[in-house]
Design a protein around this ligand. Structure first.
Ligand code: ADP
Length: 680
């Protein structure tokens, strides 16, 4: 509990010390005077002595620098209390003195053991507190008993026991109360989430205490325990100490008035007191540990929640950063890859063999960069759970054929043969594009980390849990010691020191994508012999038509068609001009800003409008909204052409007729435009 008085360094410090000392002295005076007064009838044998507990709690809360002043004030308060009761000077001085070393020692030991951070909701601190409460009063009770035996002729044993019991019980029950209680604590019970619970337990406590103590027929003391436990459970340490204090005060008042179950004890006043003390001690020993454990857990949960929230925030920031970074990189890449493709297509006319080779290097570098950007973005999306999976029936044969073809050239360069061994008509439920992505990754690893002249086998078979797809290679293999690191992002297991290109995130993404498709990924590998990477996916029962993903270049478009392209990046606008000029042979209007585009849409009545999303004067969404709101342009299909790779999954994408992501494949773009223009 953060119940300490805050340390201050300015002038008000002195005033604070004086104020604290006065409160301590006055509090001790009231409790000591009240304690003696209440027990006057019973031969001044208190069943519980809260004054020492008050002094101990005060020292535990106060800065050590204030201790001398507080102890002096407590001594003063004690002297005044006994003087008020007309006690002899020697007795007054003795009883007042004996309290000081007791509380000083107790506070010092607890503060030291807990490194000056005494906290009742920490179970170790609570144990230390219980030990101090039980052991500390022993020497002082013996000392007090000696004084009363010598000077007042009382029985040594009786005084020692009653002094000890009252003191120990007082410390156990009241120190937590005085240590914890403050205005903030009381206010916390009226918090909206606690208000109802506070009301229930408080009412329950009062009802059960009345039931137990307002009658003389049955010894119902046990009724109190469940409600105490519930209070501790719901309201933690502050609630438990308050309930404990209420129970203590009520049971003592009733016992002194001769009502309640204590009066049923058939014995002397001493025996009755003993039973009462036993009851109170048990109640404290039940509720305080429960409360401590609960408060500790609540605090742990809160700090975990806070940690999760800040991690989520950081993750979001990371996603935003990666998305914008990817956008910034994709825009220039679009121009690099697009123009390279165009030049290569035209190479028959002007390019020398050397030029062609250089251009191929530009393409390879660009494509590598694009893959890296896509991988990093993919990882961010997968980690943020933002990948949308669209499960369909996918033919293993088709995917295998496709990926084997994709990597055939690279494999051939290293004399690696790829064998496909899938039984016909084996189907899985998977996202087609994501499954291809995973397979490309596994196959490219099997090729990359293979030896010259090695072999790769791709196979699929039906197993109990679905379909098991395996990619086996006869390559380097992975040493056993590194097996547990294989799916860690950015961990290349030492491959970073080799010539082999990679980023170390392919497997991490593949594993998470497989799991997102309700599958499982695993591997077996032996150093020097090779590896088998496998995925298991749910089997699909029926064969369904699988969409042919290979687009055809369109050539049957009406030549009078018009396209309006709204794009503020000059290079990308030029690229579009070249593509349209070469493949579509239709009229193209280019607007370099949103407003200009809107005007041209009205002036030229194009058949398609293609708009970038991040324009200088407005966004692509605003362009779309304005076009759709105007009856003159509402019917025109609008394509979004964006470098934001998360866009197709974005809800804003809904309003557009098509979404094309930069960098695009020429065939894709031509296909999209061609299909609309043919239909028009
Ligand atoms: P990358 O290949 O880009 O480094 P991956 O995440 O695909 O990243 O693979 C992580 C690491 O696992 C690789 O760097 C490589 O050391 C090891 N690895 C993956 N597949 C194989 C394989 N088939 N044979 C040997 N090592 C492999």
């Amino acid at each position: 509990m953060g119940a300490y008085f805050r340390p201050e360094k300015n002038k008000t410090r002195k005033h604070k010390t004086i104020r604290h000392a006065l409160i301590a002295g006055l509090g001790f005076f009231i409790l000591a005077w009240g304690g003696v007064e209440l027990t006057r009838e019973a031969g001044r044998t208190a069943s519980i002595w809260p004054a020492t507990a008050f002094a101990l709690a005060f020292l535990l809360r106060a800065p050590r620098k204030e201790w001398p002043a507080i102890l002096t004030a407590i001594f003063g308060g004690s002297v005044m209390a006994y003087v008020a009761h007309n006690d002899s000077l020697s007795r007054t001085i003795f009883v007042s003195f004996i309290n000081l070393p007791e509380v000083l020692l107790g506070a010092h030991v607890l503060r030291r053991y807990t490194k000056e951070k005494f906290d009742l909701s920490d179970h170790k601190h609570l144990l230390a507190f219980a030990a101090v409460s039980l052991l500390l009063p022993i020497p002082f009770s013996l000392l007090a008993a000696a004084y009363f035996t010598v000077f007042m002729n009382l029985s040594y044993g009786d005084v020692a026991i009653s002094w000890y019991m009252a003191n120990a019980l007082g410390i156990i029950i009241f120190t937590p109360l005085f240590f914890i209680i403050g205005w903030d604590q009381l206010k916390s019970f009226t918090r909206p989430d606690l208000r109802k619970k506070s009301f229930i337990v408080l009412t329950g406590l009062v009802v059960s205490l009345s039931l137990v103590f307002m009658q003389n027929s049955y010894p119902l003391l046990f009724v109190v325990f469940p409600i105490m436990a519930l209070t501790a459970f719901w309201l933690g340490t502050p609630g438990a100490v308050i309930a404990l204090a209420i129970t203590t005060v009520m049971s003592i008042i009733c016992a002194m008035s001769g009502i309640g179950p204590i009066s049923l004890v058939d014995g002397s006043m001493g025996e009755k007191t003993f039973v009462l003390q036993g009851f109170l001690a048990t109640t404290a020993l039940i509720s305080l540990p429960i409360a401590s454990a609960l408060t500790y857990r609540t605090r742990l949960e809160k700090s975990l929640k806070e940690a999760k929230e800040s991690a989520d925030k950081a993750n979001l920031a990371k996603s935003v950063f990666l998305t914008s970074m990817s956008h910034e990189l994709r825009t220039p890449l679009n121009a690099i890859l697009g123009f390279s493709q165009l030049l290569l297509l035209n190479q028959g006319q002007n390019l020398t063999e050397k030029n062609k080779e250089h251009l191929e290097h530009v393409m390879t570098g660009g494509e590598h960069l694009l893959k890296l950007v896509s991988d990093v973005l993919d990882l961010a999306k997968v980690e943020a759970g933002k990948v949308s999976i669209n499960p369909v029936v996918v033919s293993c044969d088709e995917v295998f054929e496709e990926v084997a073809e994709m990597l055939g050239t690279t494999a051939a360069k290293h004399n690696i043969t790829i064998h496909v061994e899938a039984p016909m008509h084996l189907y899985v439920m998977a996202d087609r594009a994501r499954l291809t992505q995973v397979m490309v990754n596994l196959l490219s690893n099997a090729v990359k980390y293979n030896t010259d002249g090695g072999k790769v086998f791709i196979s699929a078979k039906a197993v109990d849990t679905g379909v098991r797809i395996e990619v086996l290679d006869t390559g380097k293999g992975i040493p056993c010691a590194k097996h547990d690191q294989i799916f860690q992002p950015f961990n290349r297991l030492g491959a970073e020191r080799s010539e082999i290109e990679g980023s170390g995130i392919g497997l991490a993404i593949s594993k998470q994508l497989t799991e997102a498709m309700k599958g499982y990924m695993g591997f077996e590998s032996e150093e020097g012999k090779g590896s088998i990477f496998y995925i298991e996916l749910p089997q699909a029962e029926a064969q369904e038509p699988v969409i042919n993903l290979k687009p055809e270049i369109s050539s049957h478009v009406k030549s009078k068609s018009r396209i309006l392209y709204i794009e503020d990046n000059f290079a990308n606008a030029e690229l579009m001009r070249s593509i349209v000029g070469q493949f579509l042979k239709v009229e193209l209007f280019v607007a370099s800003a949103g407003h200009e585009g809107l005007q041209q849409a009205k002036d030229f009545a194009p058949d398609i409008i293609i708009s970038d999303i991040h324009l200088s004067d407005m966004t692509g969404y605003e362009v779309l909204a304005t076009l759709k709101a105007d009856p003159e342009t509402a019917h025109i299909p609008v394509f979004a052409l964006t470098a934001d790779a998360t866009f197709p999954q974005n809800e804003h994408a809904k309003g557009f007729d098509r979404v094309i992501t930069k960098p695009f494949q020429l065939k894709d773009l031509v296909d999209h435009i061609g299909s609309v223009l043919q239909a028009a």
